[in-house]
Design a protein. Structure first.
Lengths: 339, 300
């Protein structure tokens, strides 16, 4: 099993290396002068030339890549031309807000996805089943920025049930940053009221992110449950008089966990890319909004960093999914050890 | 009967067969009322986009145009979807917006599908050789980040406009076809008809393009229909962020972004373009699902 994990980790490493090559060369081949871009129009020719030298831009591409990779391994991703700060520092500042949001969205979609799936599977072809199918169908066809705008419009602006944009109201002072997670930091600072406000601010953006996944994970669980309900062992259990709730959660939900975990891993990547849009709509000061700002301002170092961070997260999550499914399902473990 | 008559009869029979195949396909497709609805909506949208200058009530509003007197009017009989801040008719702009959306979908798939299919075909037929290793690892690299992120990054590094947006999406789209055709062709290559062609001395090109490729077409076509929706969604998303169709051009995503600034007061400026996006994607998905039933494609 360790052998398989190491092999997979090496594969991910190779893919990440390839990704860095791809994105670096696209960034360098594009028309435009990165040195000029990072200094702005007012810089003198000598200043630009000095930065060109610093960034090794006068060297051939492979040499440039070598220098860049060496800096990357030291944790130096260059300076952002927009924030004028080292990109690594920016990332550390902005990533926690996005992760807090995504984790919350994952939690919501996991819980509600399971519940929806169980109900739709058990009450097949009822109105609830139909509704969940409709939502999952609409979910595929609706861009997440549309979902985000609709939810913001309906629940915050018309019904006034939820707070507006941002992580906290403007008047409130955020707690001192320890973990970067607003809710945890508030609790650590002994301010449960602040934590609750932060949580309320997170609900709409998190639901905007989660709603598609709730429906899709629900469909997967539903299929699995509907399939297993036909099987003999369930009939036997029924005949033996096992309660319905026990039947559902112990014998029907368990086999559906593995496809759900796999899909959740994939979903995590999509949550990260959809966060780009949701953070824009909700003015969430996170990594994705940083990424969008970088892209709109042609901030090359930051764009490269953003792509690599997402690639890394994707790789780690996929590896975790592989390991978890191996623990959950002995047959997968055996098959992989055999190969 | 002379040989010529025989040939003519054969030709007629094969034509009939073809027509019967089509009729059978249509029958299967029409069994699903939702797919038929999707097709009808789709045809309407395509016609509206093609004949936009004749259908839109105010075609000049798709161009740079201002008339502040009419600005911010709610939906009415004169303006079905209301007007935006500078007095442009949103209904007309949505119809022109469909032109951009459909162009993006068609161009991206034309650019992206061919390389993907060819690479997948090569890799699948040469399974186990270095050709497979190289091409599938390259594919993995392109799939290492979600398509939206890579497309955004590439457009941002180029200059954001319609052409570059389409190029960027095509660049992130081909790997899915490479994967699909790879899976199909690597299972097809061990089938008897391929073996037979190999034994009779057919060239590799003949086997790949004449024997294997035709059997991959149904899943590829189905995936293309379903992907039209996703590519249009991606295009709208890029425009929404500001890295696609640039204002004052009426991209659907651009319009949603512009209108969102006026929420909640002038809700029509963002809600109607947003619904327009959902409708076109939904239509493509419904038709794609119908095709999947017709071709009996399992998973694409």
């Amino acid at each position: 099993m360790t052998k398989f994990i190491i092999k997979r980790a090496f594969q991910s490493l190779f893919v990440l290396f390839g990704l860095s090559l791809l994105i670096f060369f696209i960034a360098r081949v594009m028309p435009g002068d990165p040195a000029r871009a990072s200094l702005g129009f007012l810089a003198t020719e000598e200043q630009v030339e000095r930065v060109r030298e610093e960034m090794h831009l006068n060297d051939p591409l492979p040499v440039q890549y070598y220098h860049w990779l060496r800096n990357l391994l030291r944790g130096d991703l260059g300076r952002s031309s927009y924030t004028k700060q080292p990109v690594t520092k920016d990332l550390i500042q902005y990533i926690p807000a996005t992760f807090e949001l995504i984790l919350f969205a994952t939690l919501i979609s996991a819980i509600f996805g399971q519940v929806t799936g169980v109900l739709a599977g058990y009450f097949r072809n009822s109105w609830f089943d139909g509704l969940s199918r409709l939502v999952s169908y609409l979910g595929i066809a609706t861009p997440s920025f549309v979902v985000a705008i609709f939810l913001l419009f309906i629940f915050s602006q018309v019904l006034k049930l939820a707070p507006g944009v941002g992580r906290l109201p403007i008047m409130m002072t955020p707690p001192p940053s320890v973990t970067g997670f607003m809710t945890l930091d508030s609790l650590l600072a002994g301010r449960p009221d602040l934590a609750l406000t932060a949580l309320k601010h997170m609900i709409l953006p998190a639901i905007s992110l989660a709603v598609i996944h709730i429906a899709q994970e629900g469909r997967i669980t539903r299929t699995s449950i509907a399939e297993n309900m036909q099987k003999d062992y369930i009939t036997v259990h029924r005949v033996h008089g096992i309660r319905t709730s026990r039947l559902l959660f112990k014998y029907l939900l368990k086999p559906s966990i593995i496809p759900t975990v796999t899909v959740m891993g994939l979903d995590f990547a999509f949550l990260m890319s959809n966060a780009f849009l949701v953070e824009m709509v909700y003015m969430w000061p996170g990594f994705s909004r940083y990424a969008v700002t970088a892209m709109l301002n042609k901030d090359l170092n930051a764009i490269i960093a953003v792509v690599l961070v997402i690639g890394l997260t994707f790789a780690v999550v996929n590896l975790l999914v592989d390991i978890i499914t191996m623990f959950l399902d002995p047959t997968i473990r055996l098959r992989r050890e055999g190969s | 009967m002379t040989t010529r008559d025989q040939m003519q009869a054969d030709l007629l029979a094969s034509l009939k067969q073809k027509r019967r195949g089509f009729a059978k396909g249509w029958y299967k497709f029409s069994r699903n009322p939702l797919s038929v609805l999707g097709l009808v909506v789709l045809i309407l949208i395509v016609l509206a986009a093609i004949f936009a200058p004749y259908i839109a009530p105010y075609p000049e509003h798709a161009k740079p145009y201002t008339n502040f007197q009419d600005g911010g009017k709610p939906p009415s009989l004169q303006h079905f979807f209301g007007t935006d801040r500078v007095g442009r008719d949103i209904f007309s702009r949505v119809i022109f917006g469909y032109r951009f959306s459909l162009t993006i979908g068609i161009v991206v798939l034309c650019l992206g599908v061919a390389p993907g299919v060819i690479l997948g075909l090569l890799a699948g037929y040469h399974q186990g050789t270095w050709i497979e290793t190289v091409s599938m690892r390259v594919t993995d690299i392109f799939l290492a980040v979600p398509p939206l992120v890579l497309a955004l990054a590439i457009t941002a590094m180029l200059t954001p406009n319609l052409t570059n947006q389409m190029m960027a999406i095509a660049l992130v789209w081909w790997p899915w076809y490479a994967r699909l055709v790879f899976a199909l062709s690597s299972s097809l290559r061990s089938q008897y008809f391929v073996r037979e062609a190999e034994l009779t001395g057919a060239s590799r090109l003949h086997i790949m393009f004449k024997e294997i490729l035709p059997n991959c077409l149904a899943p590829v076509m189905t995936k293309m229909t379903l992907d039209m929706g996703i590519v249009i969604l991606l295009g709208a998303t890029l425009s929404f962020i500001g890295l696609g169709v640039q204002p004052p051009k009426p991209g659907l995503g651009t319009m949603v972004a512009e209108g969102a600034k006026r929420l909640p007061g002038e809700w029509w400026g963002t809600i109607f373009p947003a619904l327009a996006i959902v409708v076109v994607i939904l239509a493509f998905n419904l038709v794609g699902d119908g095709l999947r039933d017709v071709f009996a494609v399992e998973e694409v």
